[in-house]
Design a protein. Structure first.
Length: 169
């Protein structure tokens, strides 16, 4: 189904014929940009306890997930079509235990100075960190759930700042 031409012009990743294109950011100003994304990984209490005590068959679950998230952020443009390769100046991955869940809250904070934002890098980082946590613990439990992958905030750029309602960071 072809889109109405008046709608196509407002979609930056489509050309005037409705074909996918990479957005030209060469005229945009280089500014400091930051994005923060989050995910949640829910599991059985016994799995959580095993990870917390370091009693897992594959070793350091959280350290491996943290490194995977950092590596994923750096590879985002190779994973997501039409994403620009960006110089990442800081990638921070936090994995916080939550015994009430039980499970972990994962947060990625990405900073750059570039012509375009790092929302996709932050979302990719938390997604891959969560998937790696699953992979490292699947020998203990196959029913681990990855939930609520979302952008918490972003700063910089023409579209302005964004903050998920209720987020204080």
């Amino acid at each position: 189904m072809m889109q109405d031409p008046s709608e196509i012009s407002s979609l930056t990743h489509l050309d005037s014929q409705g074909q996918a294109q990479m957005v030209d950011v060469s005229t945009k100003e280089i500014t400091r940009r930051q994005a923060v994304a989050a995910a949640r990984v829910r599991m059985a209490a016994t799995t959580f306890e095993a990870i917390e005590t370091g009693n897992t068959p594959k070793g350091d679950v959280l350290g491996t997930a943290r490194i995977a998230g950092i590596m994923a952020a750096k590879q985002t443009s190779q994973l997501i079509p039409l994403c620009h390769p960006l110089p990442l100046h800081k990638v921070e991955i936090q994995i916080v235990p939550d015994p009430q869940l039980p499970g972990y809250h994962i947060q990625a904070s990405i900073t750059t100075k570039a012509e375009t934002g790092v929302e996709m890098e932050a979302l990719t980082a938390v997604s891959i960190a969560a998937l790696t946590l699953y992979d490292m613990a699947k020998g203990l439990e196959k029913s681990i759930q990855i939930e609520s992958i979302r952008l918490l905030s972003k700063t910089g750029g023409k579209s302005g700042d964004y903050r998920e309602e209720g987020v204080t960071r």
